[in-house]
Write a protein that binds this ligand. Structure first.
Ligand code: SF4
Length: 321
């Protein structure tokens, strides 16, 4: 088992099934261009081989399928079928929700038990301004179907000072009314936001959003798993919400995440340019493949930050956040 001096070990694998996305969110893509088809992505067979070597090598307990937008990928169904024999304890997905209503049955059949939907506003005009793609009503319908299905659902919202900070409380009310946990994600210095003043122009801190919420609700801190990225709060009689406070309350010391990109790179840390190409070891015999993967995972653990995320120029959708 890989364990570093901070007793960090891998537990969660995030797989970016494709870098393609039907949105061009302002905080992810600087120029508004959508990447509808990404080049040089692994085949389904390569993805499954890679995941199976990582799971056996690192003892992964949770796999989260991300993107770009994973539901956009024509490999999704075959990938889900290929994962079944690996018996990964927990299968999760993060999506922008545009294809959720359509793909939900296949996701549930494959044993996906947790779904996070990225939604930054309930205002259709603001939605278009931020996402630069998609249709808000389609996402809301997908959320309703997911609620009806009983799958564990969370909403991820990125509060932006100049775009949707006034939506912090309306989004919370929308989620509380539906018994969904809302996760506010502090903006990250990723991609084009790693340089220049774009980040500071839009950063809306945990303190700012808690101040807004305290005008409407009483809330108190509540429990969260050791390696959770979120600070969690409870509103008595109403429900819970969380804040992934990357800037205000870094969580690197308990980081248990490993990332696999669609181009065949392993990332030990989101905030490190170092990456490890694995596609060429996928054709090795099992023992040799496991030995090479062991070396790579050992090195990748060394890429993690000591204390906090410092920023990285890689575009988020290339590694699935
Ligand atoms: S910045 Fe790196 S070490 Fe810190 S939480 Fe993110 S992935 Fe983990």
């Amino acid at each position: 088992m890989y364990q570093d001096p901070y007793q960090r070990r891998y537990r969660k694998l995030r797989v970016s099934l494709t870098a393609a996305c039907n949105y061009a969110c302002t905080y992810c893509v600087p120029d508004g261009k959508k990447l509808l088809k990404a080049k040089h992505e692994m085949s389904v067979e390569q993805f499954i081989q890679a995941v199976s070597l990582i799971v056996e090598s690192a003892g992964i307990e949770q796999l989260r399928i991300t993107g770009g937008e994973p539901l956009l990928s024509n490999k999704l169904e075959a990938f889900l079928v290929g994962l079944k024999p690996l018996n990964i304890p927990e299968l999760c997905l993060t999506t922008n929700g545009q294809f959720l209503e359509q793909k939900l049955p296949a996701l549930l059949d494959a044993g996906v038990s947790r779904i996070n939907v990225s939604l930054d506003t309930l205002d259709p005009v603001r939605f278009k301004e931020i996402c630069r793609g998609g249709d808000l009503n389609v996402v809301l319908r997908g959320i309703d179907r997911a609620i009806e299905s009983g799958v564990k659902l969370k909403i991820n919202m990125v509060p932006l000072k100049q775009h949707n900070a006034d939506q912090v409380v309306p989004m919370l009310e929308y989620c509380l009314e539906r018994g969904i946990e809302l996760r506010y994600i502090e903006l990250m210095k990723m991609g084009h936001l790693a340089q220049g003043d774009g980040f500071l122009q839009e950063f809306w801190s945990m303190k700012s959003l808690l101040d807004q919420i305290s005008e409407r609700y009483d809330y108190a801190p509540t429990q969260a798993p050791v390696d959770s990225t979120a600070v969690r709060f409870q509103i008595p009689g109403k429900g819970e919400f969380g804040v992934i406070a990357n800037e205000s309350k870094p969580f690197c010391r308990s980081c248990s995440r490993l990332r696999l990109s669609s181009a065949g790179f392993i990332y030990g840390c989101l905030s490190n340019t170092r990456r490890h190409y694995i596609a060429d070891l996928l054709s090795l015999e099992r023992d040799k493949g496991l030995a090479s993967m062991h070396q790579i995972l050992t090195n990748a653990m060394k890429d993690k930050q000591d204390l906090n995320f410092t920023g990285e120029t890689t575009v988020m959708k290339m590694i699935g956040g």
